[in-house]
Design a binder for this molecule. Structure first.
Ligand code: ZN
Length: 329
């Protein structure tokens, strides 16, 4: 039996580490890069478990020894997981939990593993501080920097680490996971399309009724906008901006909506995000030209960017609704 059995997808990473572990050729520093929710952190923990497992014989991790138990419980003294502080990971967090910890020999294992979650949020000060530890790691040290975008890491850090890519699950793996969670039928198709191969998104959707509620709301807004006069548009601006933290998600859902409309206009493909709203999609695609649909997509993309950059949301949404409503061109 091979290790990493419980990790879905990411065959490349599994093969790489199976080989490295069997040849005893683990490196001291890794970058795990890949999109949200595709198993990077889970993989890092599993790797630590394999490295530290105390089973004398048989496959690792055994999930039975005290080391495995402690890692499962999050209490192993030689595994340190660094979470981001707020939006960034500050230098003090790196100093206390990476640099100082790496100076201390492992308590019970042969290795000490530090996993830096969201390493692309470590500020420049923090990255500079960890550079020396990465350049001259202790013999027992293994550092794993987990990130969605290694573009934010200093070139000096990147060049010292081995990069392991993590990819979204393919459709088969996604469906397999959904079925293991008891999701079938249309709901499976909907969540599968929404997830884009991210287990994290699947879990968000399944564990958070609110997510699906926002999606329903999104379609409601689109239908209202179709009928709205100027007065009602201003009501909608107010209602939407009042949603605050959900606003960006609504715009992302709108983007998917108009992509679906474009799909309806251009192909017979029924690979849709909104498989459960086909009548409404058909209706809208018959009313809008292809040009108008692609303009709308660009307007929404711009609005998402503006909101991200903290431009006054009432202004952004008002502008967007008027643009979407525009008839000509
Ligand atoms: Zn074990």
């Amino acid at each position: 039996m091979e290790a990493f059995q419980n990790i879905i997808g990411n065959q490349g990473a599994k093969e790489y580490f199976n080989r490295a572990i069997s040849k005893n050729q683990l490196s001291h520093s890794y970058i795990f890069e890949g999109p949200y929710g595709v198993g990077k952190n889970t993989f890092a923990i599993e790797l630590a478990k394999i490295i530290m497992c105390e089973s004398e014989h048989g496959d690792k991790p055994c999930n039975e020894c005290s080391s495995c138990h402690m890692i499962n419980a999050g209490t192993h003294p030689d595994l340190i997981v660094i979470d981001k502080d707020t939006n960034v990971t500050k230098v003090d967090n790196i100093r206390d939990n990476l640099i100082r910890e790496m100076e201390i020999k492992p308590y019970r294992a042969e290795h000490k593993v530090v996993i830096v979650k969201a390493a692309d949020t470590v500020n420049v000060q923090g990255q500079n501080a960890m550079l020396k530890t990465i350049e001259e790691p202790p013999s027992y040290g293994i550092i794993i920097l987990v990130c969605e975008n290694m573009g934010s890491l200093l070139p000096t850090i990147k060049s010292r680490c081995i990069t392991v890519r993590f990819n979204p699950l393919n459709k088969e793996e996604t469906d397999q996971y959904l079925m293991s969670r008891g999701v079938t039928g249309t709901r499976k198709d909907v969540v599968s399309k929404l997830s884009d191969g991210s287990i994290g998104v699947i879990n968000d959707v399944l564990d958070d009724e609110h997510y699906m509620e926002v999606r329903r709301q999104t379609v409601g807004f689109i239908e209202r906008l179709g009928r709205a006069n100027l007065m009602e548009i201003y009501d909608m601006v107010k209602e939407m901006t009042d949603l605050k933290e959900d606003l960006e998600q609504i715009l992302k859902f709108w983007l998917l909506w108009y992509r679906d409309v474009a799909v309806y206009k251009t192909s017979k493909s029924r690979e849709l995000y909104y498989v459960d709203y086909q009548k409404q999609l058909l209706d809208m695609s018959s009313k809008l030209t292809y040009n108008k649909v692609s303009q709308n997509i660009e307007h929404i993309k711009k609005a998402i960017l503006d909101i991200k950059q903290n431009i006054y949301s009432t202004f952004v949404i008002e502008n967007l609704l008027l643009q979407l409503k525009e008839r000509k061109k």
